[in-house]
Design a protein around this ligand. Structure first.
Ligand code: PDD
Length: 287
C-alpha cells in the first residue's frame, strides 16, 4: 500500500510528494510544525496541538493555511489513507512560496501546508521504556524563541547527532548557569529523592510540550507532588528518577546522564506509572 501525503491541496504518493524550491520553509526555515500521537485509532491531545499551532503561527505572523476544522478533516484523511492506528500525524505550515527575499512575501501569498502520517509499532516504544534511554548534556546554543515550534531545528539536529555518536539517545540543552532547558526533541523531568516531580517552567526558555502539559494533569490527578522550577545537571544526576516527554515517546525513562547512572540505572517506577496512566487522561479525538 503506497503512503499518501497531503501537499498544498492534493493527496499525493509520499515518494513523489514535493514542495517548490522557493518555499520559504526550504529556504529560510520560515515555518512551524506539529507532531500529534495517534494511539488506538485516536488523535491524542489534538485540541492542545492545534492551539499551539495557532500560537506559533500568530507569533510569526503566518496565516492559517485553511480553517481549523478543514485542517482536522485533512489530518483524519491522511491518517485514514495511510491506515495509521498507532503512530503519528505531522503538520507543517510555512510562509509559502515566493522569490527569495528575507522580508515577508506580498500579502496574499498562500502559506504552504504539508500533512503526513506514519505507523509506529507501540511495542517498540514500550520495550524502549523498559530499558530506558541515555542522555548527554550540551551547551544551550539556540535562539531565544524556542517556545515557537519552528522548523528551524539545526541546533537540535546537531545535538541529537552528538548524542548518537556518544551512545546516547537524547541531548539536554544546558544554560550557562548549569540548569537544564529541555531535550533536542523532548521536555526534561526529574523526580527528587523526596518523590517530587520537577520540570522547568514553560517560559520562553523551552517549548511548552503538549505531553508536558497533559502529564502535569496526570501527575496532579494521581497525587504526585509537582514543582515547576529549574533544576541543574548535578541535581538530575543525584535524582531518584529522570525522564523525558514528547508526543512520540510519551514518557521515556532516562537511566544515565553523561555516563552517570541515575539511581540504580533502571527506569524509575514513577516514570513508568505516569506513562501507563497517560492515555486514559489525555484527550482523544477520533482519527
Ligand atoms: N518534538 N521540546 C522540543 C525541542 C521538541 O521538539 C518537542 C517535540 C518537545 C515535546 O513537545 P510535545 O510534548 O508537544 O511533543 C519539547 C517533536 C515530537 C519532534 O520534533 O518530533
Amino acid at each position: 500500500m503506497p503512503r499518501i501525503a497531503y501537499v498544498n491541496g492534493r493527496y499525493v504518493d509520499h515518494r513523489a510528494a514535493a514542495v517548490h524550491i522557493e518555499d520559504r520553509g526550504y529556504q529560510f526555515a520560515d515555518g512551524v510544525y506539529e507532531v500529534c500521537e495517534v494511539a488506538h485509532g485516536q488523535i491524542v491531545d489534538m485540541r492542545r496541538h492545534l492551539d499551539r499551532l495557532d500560537r506559533s503561527l500568530k507569533e510569526l505572523g503566518i496565516a492559517w493555511p485553511m480553517q481549523r476544522s478543514s485542517l482536522v478533516v485533512v489530518m483524519r484523511e491522511v491518517i485514514r489513507r495511510n491506515r495509521v492506528a498507532n503512530g503519528l500525524v505531522y503538520l507543517q505550515v510555512t510562509r509559502g512560496v515566493a522569490p527569495r527575499d528575507h522580508v515577508f512575501p506580498p500579502a496574499g501569498t498562500r502559506p504552504s501546508l504539508v500533512v503526513t502520517a506514519k505507523k509506529i509499532d507501540p511495542a517498540a516504544s514500550a520495550r524502549r521504556s523498559e530499558s530506558g534511554i541515555k542522555i548527554i548534556t550540551v551547551p544551550e546554543n539556540r535562539w531565544e524563541r524556542v517556545d515557537i515550534k519552528s522548523v528551524g531545528l539545526l541546533p537540535n539536529v546537531l545535538a541529537k547527532q552528538q548524542a548518537k555518536e556518544n551512545g546516547a539517545q537524547e541531548a539536554w540543552f544546558v544554560d550557562p548557569d548549569g540548569t537544564v532547558k529541555e531535550g533536542a526533541s523532548t521536555n526534561a523531568w526529574i523526580v527528587t529523592r523526596d518523590g517530587v516531580l520537577v520540570t522547568r517552567p514553560a517560559d520562553h526558555g523551552i517549548l511548552r510540550g503538549i505531553t508536558r502539559t497533559t502529564l502535569l494533569d496526570v501527575a496532579r490527578k494521581h497525587g504526585v507532588r509537582v514543582e515547576e522550577r529549574s533544576f541543574s545537571v548535578e541535581e538530575a544526576k543525584a535524582a531518584r528518577e529522570a525522564f523525558v516527554t514528547s508526543a512520540t515517546q510519551i514518557v521515556m525513562p532516562v537511566v544515565a546522564i553523561d555516563g552517570h547512572a541515575i539511581a540504580n540505572g533502571h527506569p524509575g517506577s514513577i516514570a513508568l506509572s505516569l506513562r501507563a496512566a497517560f492515555f486514559d487522561i489525555a484527550e482523544k479525538s477520533p482519527a
